[in-house]
Design a protein around this ligand. Structure first.
Ligand SMILES: Cc1cc2nc3c(=O)[nH]c(=O)nc-3n(C[C@H](O)[C@H](O)[C@H](O)COP(=O)(O)OP(=O)(O)OC[C@H]3O[C@@H](n4cnc5c(N)ncnc54)[C@H](O)[C@@H]3O)c2cc1C
Length: 361
């Protein structure tokens, strides 16, 4: 996204939906999901592309659009690279002004804003939050900088990478211990629910997690075939409810709690973004995501022997026991002199002895 915006912005253009981390890629956002504060107007990232090229399981390249290969065009969003490898995309662009004027509206309940270019909300507790609505503008008010030195060239040069740190850096520095600690004590959840279920969802999240602040981003969910669409035939307004952090509910049992959230999401015809923590069974996953179009494409394009299913690729519940992982552990064990396996609370531990030392993975 960083490269796209630095190309378009000086020309006075932008993508209609710009997910805010510079490291996010067009491929990842089409294959996964992307949302931003303009999504209430334009929809999710998959609503802003016109066509894309995909390398299929047999090595051929196809172009997909609403006119060419429409089934594949609609099956690809959220499919996480399990139908083919995306090599190019044609995206819509829209005019952009140099600045965005933001209005902050403290709230003590639920209200709505319209006719803005951007809308989002931060929720600080069960009863307090702030709605932020932005409109493009050509002038800015210089005395109203929120981070006064944020635009200073020296600050950006020396510390720009800190706000926020690139995801690639975070991934690079993550050890197995931090991964386990994250899994047990930290929550990453993007839950997409119909806007009329927002209050119920916030109440449920308060009970399950008590984790604030919460970011809410309204978006239009378009009625089209594919893994994610509204229940009826009409486009529907949804909200993406995003939580990152340490829950204050005690005791916090990650798996139970996330499973409760997932159950609720399924009941209200909601969805979970697939990069977050997820513990659904395969059946529950199929209940949440409509696999009709996806399965047809997998069969037609002989994906079975080329790409894993989405569930096997993204779901935490399978991550401990996926055949691929067990295979890699076995390979390690053949090289080691001593092995033992234990399987407790969904975690497989392998103990092996290499030379004189014992290593637990
Ligand atoms: C810390 C954090 C913050 C986030 N913040 C936001 C946010 O503000 N707004 C937002 O919308 N989203 C956000 N997300 C979610 C993010 O947009 C999605 O997870 C997105 O799918 C990631 O895109 P990526 O480019 O990093 O792709 P990756 O995570 O690398 O890939 C996503 C999936 O797509 C597959 N894939 C990637 N490229 C291709 C390709 N060319 N062909 C085939 N398959 C491919 C990958 O194998 C993977 O399964 C955030 C995620 C994290 C971890």
């Amino acid at each position: 996204m960083g490269q796209v915006t630095s190309l378009l912005n000086p020309l006075g253009w932008t993508l209609p939906v710009v997910p805010e981390l510079d490291d996010l890629t067009v491929g990842g956002l089409i294959m996964g999901c992307g949302v931003e504060t303009s999504s209430y107007k334009y929809g999710l990232f998959h609503n802003i592309y016109v066509s894309f090229e995909l390398v299929l399981a047999d090595g051929s390249v196809v172009t997909c659009s609403k006119e060419d290969n429409p089934d594949l065009f609609y099956a690809v969003p959220w499919s996480h690279g399990t139908l083919g490898f995306l090599v190019s995309a044609e995206l819509q662009i829209v005019k952009a002004s140099q600045y965005v004027r933001i209005h902050y509206k403290p709230i003590q309940g639920y209200s709505s804003q319209q006719l803005n270019d951007f809308v989002e909300c931060l929720v600080y507790s069960k009863s307090t939050g702030v709605i932020m609505a932005g409109q493009y503008t050509d002038g800015c008010e210089p005395d109203k900088d929120i981070i006064p030195f944020g635009n200073n060239v020296m600050f950006r040069y020396l510390f720009g990478w800190l706000v926020p740190p690139p995801v690639s850096l975070l991934k690079l520095t993550q050890t197995n211990t931090t991964k386990t600690l994250y899994e047990l004590h930290h929550v990453v959840q993007d839950i997409l629910v119909p806007v009329n279920k927002m209050i119920d969802t916030l109440n449920m999240l308060d009970k399950q997690l008590r984790l604030y602040p919460i970011w809410i981003c309204p978006f239009k969910l378009t009625s089209q075939p594919g893994l994610v669409h509204p229940l009826g035939d009409e486009d529907e307004m949804y909200v993406d409810i995003i939580l990152y952090g340490n829950p204050q509910v005690k005791p916090f049992i990650a798996k139970d709690c996330i499973r409760n959230i997932e159950r609720f999401a399924r009941q209200v015809h909601g969805f979970q973004m697939l990069y977050g923590d997820m513990y659904m069974s395969r059946e529950e996953f199929h209940e949440m995501f409509d696999h009709t179009c996806y399965n047809e494409m997998r069969k037609k394009l002989n994906c079975e022997n080329a790409f894993p299913e989405i569930y096997d690729k993204v779901c935490n519940a399978t991550q401990h026991i996926s055949p691929l992982q067990i295979k890699s552990i076995r390979i390690m064990c053949i090289k080691a002199q001593y092995t033992s396996f234990t399987h407790e609370k969904g975690i497989t531990k392998c103990r092996l002895k290499c030379s004189e030392e014992r290593i637990t993975c």
